[in-house]
Design a protein around this ligand. Structure first.
Ligand SMILES: Nc1ncnc2c1ncn2[C@@H]1O[C@H](COP(=O)(O)OP(=O)(O)OP(=O)(O)O)[C@@H](O)[C@H]1O
Ligand SMILES: [Mg+2]
Length: 315
């Protein structure tokens, strides 16, 4: 069983709402230049400031113990929203509260209650999963002997054999590394777990291992989970409620069944139900695979964010 640490208990929830997002906004600005360097040297080039509204007036409420899914195309704002909740980014406007604690004014308290797993998880690649996770356990004051047992138990449950736990991480597949990242998030017993595409890039078997584990973490440990995904089937199966995100805005929110029933009723489908994909297509106007918002000029800034996160994770 995952033991709740002293710090987590000291920051026990003060409300049944695990997460409240109230009118949150986040924009990114980037400068676009036109003209050659020589034009710019002569003061003749033009510079325009481009603004991307990554999160645009989002309000939502996640109840304690829920698995809540954020579904949207590439660039729709899911990861930015997760970063706002995990205190990696500051909102431009609005409020975000985790168990009643404000992410801006009570950052330290929020950080103790959450853990985020993202696809660009940072590790010491020459070290083994065990060494990486023991390092993480120390940072969070988890007793090393206890941590050692937990690491083996969690990784075994995720389908990683004990013999692999001592080998360098760089020799493991990306899917296995993703499982180690999930194990690290669970070591510290977060009461709000933020999973940014937890199963992207995993083979079907590994995907299933991780999905089963997510359900178990919620059921056995009462954790609240917010996850992002591009996988409709996964969201349908795992999530109690789903929010469709498009262009930084929350465009529809309901239980998977509620979303499908509403569609079936409006389309006169009788007892038949549509797929979640059909519902998404109707609400958003295109399928989940169609990216609309990605822009090469943002890449540098994204790289900076990834770098910042790597530094954060290894700090
Ligand atoms: N650090 C950043 N600097 C500049 N622009 C950014 C930054 N982070 C995100 N963006 C932009 O904000 C928008 C939302 O990006 P975000 O990463 O939140 O989308 P996403 O829904 O997580 O996409 P994906 O499904 O590809 O992970 C995109 O237009 C993206 O280019
Ligand atoms: Mg993302």
């Amino acid at each position: 069983m995952v033991t709740v640490t002293a710090t987590a208990v000291a920051n026990a929830p003060t409300t049944d709402d695990a997460l409240v997002v109230d009118g949150a906004r986040k924009s990114f600005r980037s400068i676009k230049r036109s003209g050659s360097w020589w034009d710019h040297a002569r003061g003749k080039g033009t510079r325009t400031v481009d603004e991307t509204r990554a999160v645009d007036d989002v309000s939502l409420r996640v109840r304690k113990g829920e698995i809540y899914g954020l579904l949207g195309s590439n660039g729709s704002g899911k990861s930015t929203l997760i970063r706002l909740v995990s205190t990696l980014l500051l909102p431009d406007a609005g409020a975000v509260r985790v168990f009643g604690r404000d992410v801006v004014t009570e950052e330290a308290a929020v950080k103790r209650m959450i853990n985020r797993v993202s696809v660009e998880a940072a590790f010491f690649k020459k070290l083994s999963p065990m060494e990486n996770l023991i390092y993480a356990a120390r940072l969070y004051d988890v007793d090393p002997a206890h941590a050692r047992r937990e690491i083996v138990r969690i990784l075994n449950r995720l389908g990683i054999k004990t013999a692999r736990i001592g080998q360098p991480l760089e020799k493991m597949s990306r899917g296995m590394q993703q499982k180690v990242a999930i194990a690290r998030a669970l070591l510290t017993s977060p009461i709000l777990l933020l999973l940014d595409e937890p199963t992207t890039g995993l083979d079907p078997r590994s995907k299933k291992d991780v999905q089963e584990f997510i359900l178990r973490v919620r059921d056995e440990h009462g954790a609240t989970i917010v996850l992002t995904s591009h996988d409709m089937e996964e969201s349908d199966r795992l999530c109690d409620r789903i929010a469709f995100i498009d262009g930084g805005r929350l465009v529809r929110e309901d239980t998977p069944l509620g979303l499908k029933r509403d569609y079936a009723r409006r389309h006169g489908m009788g007892d038949a139900l549509p797929s979640l994909e059909d519902v998404f297509l109707e609400v958003v106007g295109r399928s989940l695979g169609d990216a609309d918002y990605e822009d090469d000029d943002d890449k540098d800034d994204k790289d900076k964010t990834a770098k910042h996160e790597r530094e954060e994770a290894t700090a």
